[in-house]
Design a protein around this ligand. Structure first.
Ligand code: HEC
Length: 214
């Protein structure tokens, strides 16, 4: 490896370290995300309701009725891809219509839909070489809790006191960008508590991992 290349990698690691200090915080109140705007302005509320409980004013006459977005038991049956396809193409034989939204808008509104499971939801963007720190100050992490990652090969996490560090796995990400021909990949990191077989979402972090090395 040439010395220049080595220096370059060293620089990447260092620049990652600088970002490392910026820590992200959960707000107590639900942030007014882009997803919320879409949810409210595209009429999702009419059926799915303001709190996502499936109790919008149109829902009484629907069969099947929209499910309860606040219930983990219901939502664990609905993976990201089904939500994506439901919004993009509608669901046949139900009143769920198709929406003309961009990929990003669909992702935002799905994040918002998922946030009905918990108040604590943030979306953040980072580079494949930059770890991010999230402060868990406002999260109730007393007692045992678990970290669930939907794409295990994209990131790893570690907890230090009330700080959660999310470190992108650079090598497998570089492979995934190439394989999927994408310059941005998504991962969801959920903090959950399990009691009597019931899962409670403490926090959901939706992370976009950009390929900034190109
Ligand atoms: C006219 C009523 C109506 C509107 C408007 C509507 N939905 Fe739906 N939606 C439904 C019904 C009914 C279902 C299917 C329920 C089922 O089978 O679980 C559904 C299903 C879904 C699902 C898949 C989850 C599942 O139950 O399989 C998602 C995600 C969703 N809707 C999001 C949205 C979003 C986001 C919007 C607005 C951009 C929206 N919906 C607008 C009625 C509606």
């Amino acid at each position: 490896m040439s010395r220049l290349l080595l220096l370059f990698f060293f620089y990447l690691i260092l620049s990652g370290q600088t970002n490392y200090k910026n820590s992200e915080k959960f707000y107590k109140a639900q942030p007014n995300t882009e997803g919320q705007l879409i949810y409210e302005e595209m009429g999702c509320v009419m059926c799915h309701g303001h709190q996502g409980m499936g109790d919008g004013f149109l829902s009484a006459g629907l069969n099947p009725k929209p499910r309860d977005f606040t219930s983990y038991e219901e939502m664990k049956l609905v993976p990201y891809q089904s939500m994506y396809s439901a919004i993009k193409h509608g669901i046949p034989y139900t009143s769920m219509p198709a929406f003309q939204l961009t990929e990003k808008q669909i992702d935002d509104v799905i994040s918002y839909v998922k946030s009905f499971l918990t108040e604590n939801h943030i979306t953040m963007t980072t580079c494949a070489n930059s770890p991010r720190v999230v402060s868990l100050e406002n999260i109730d992490i007393e007692g045992p809790f678990k970290i669930e990652i939907d794409k295990m090969n994209y990131v790893e996490t570690s907890i230090n006191g009330k700080q959660l560090t999310i470190t992108p796995k650079l090598v497998s990400l570089l492979k995934a960008y190439k394989k999927d021909r994408k310059s941005m990949l998504r991962v969801h990191i959920n903090l959950i508590k399990e009691e009597n077989n019931k899962k409670d979402y403490l926090a959901i972090i939706a992370m976009r991992l950009g390929n900034c090395l190109k």
